[in-house]
Design a protein around this ligand. Structure first.
Ligand SMILES: *Cc1c(COP(=O)(O)O)cnc(C)c1O
Length: 246
């Protein structure tokens, strides 16, 4: 009896903690959009669920978060198996090895980290095999930080031209990661640069290349990202608490 009660208490505490965090993040998203004169509905919150248990993720889903993000194909596979696909939208937000493309395309609705020709070719082949274009965002390293994945900004236009003429990959926008910094304002120039790049690339009007999504902003800087035009924010810690990798 006592065990049962404490178990329920634990579950209840987890439920109320996560739902409070979700309400808080949604409120902050709305306020940031309003500050920038944007519709809050133009911003989609992707709950980043890496390291989280299916029970925790279920809580987020029950609170209405239907966009979920994982950064590894293997973990994405486990989560999709546990939680299913529709009505959920799964985002693969981490870097992708070409040998995992087949699995990734079967699992993810949108791939955020297309950043090189070998991956473009592998995705296009898989799209062609399935008879359905693969939806992807191109990751750009706007900060120039050596440790970051992503195309250099000056390589973006020729890359998009190659993607456009290759076919079987539908480019929907750009993605970036700002350098880690305790001050969210430090990310602003990088986010602004991504938005400006997207604007210029959009003007090229390349077939199969749209610039409708900007995936930028994480727990530490999603409000700044929204002020700079983010349409997809990728938030883990601010929803679920610190990750435990032990
Ligand atoms: C983990 C991760 C996030 C979320 O990070 P938080 O700081 O926990 O919000 C966002 N984007 C990518 C690519 C990630 O790997």
């Amino acid at each position: 009896m006592e065990i049962l009660c404490s178990r329920w208490k634990g579950r209840w505490e987890l439920v109320s903690k996560i739902s409070r965090s979700i309400q808080s993040v949604l409120g902050r998203i709305e306020a940031a959009a309003e500050r920038a004169g944007r519709e809050p509905s133009a911003v989609t919150l992707i709950a980043v669920t890496k390291t989280r248990t299916p029970a925790e993720i279920q809580l987020a889903i029950e609170s209405g978060l239907l966009h979920l993000g994982e950064n590894k194909v293997q973990e994405l596979s486990t989560k999709v198996e546990a939680l299913g696909k529709g009505p959920l939208t799964w985002h693969l937000i981490g870097s992708l090895q070409t040998n995992k493309v087949k699995a990734a395309v079967g699992l993810a609705d949108l791939i955020h980290a297309l950043d090189r020709d070998s991956l473009l070719e592998a995705l296009a082949k898989e799209g062609e095999r399935r008879g359905a274009p693969v939806r992807a965002l191109v990751q750009v390293n706007v900060s120039g930080e050596a440790s970051k994945h992503g195309l250099a900004p000056e390589l973006l236009q020729p890359f998009l031209e190659r993607a456009s003429s290759r076919g079987w990959v539908q480019i929907e926008g750009l993605m970036t990661m700002a350098p880690a910094d305790a001050d969210p304002e430090a990310a602003r120039p990088h986010f602004r640069r991504l938005r400006e790049l997207a604007q210029r690339m959009g003007e090229l009007a390349l077939p199969r290349v749209q610039m409708k999504q900007l995936s930028m902003g994480m727990s530490g800087d999603f409000e700044v990202a929204i002020e700079e035009g983010a349409t997809l924010v990728r938030v883990g810690t601010a929803l679920f608490g610190e990750r435990d990798y032990t």
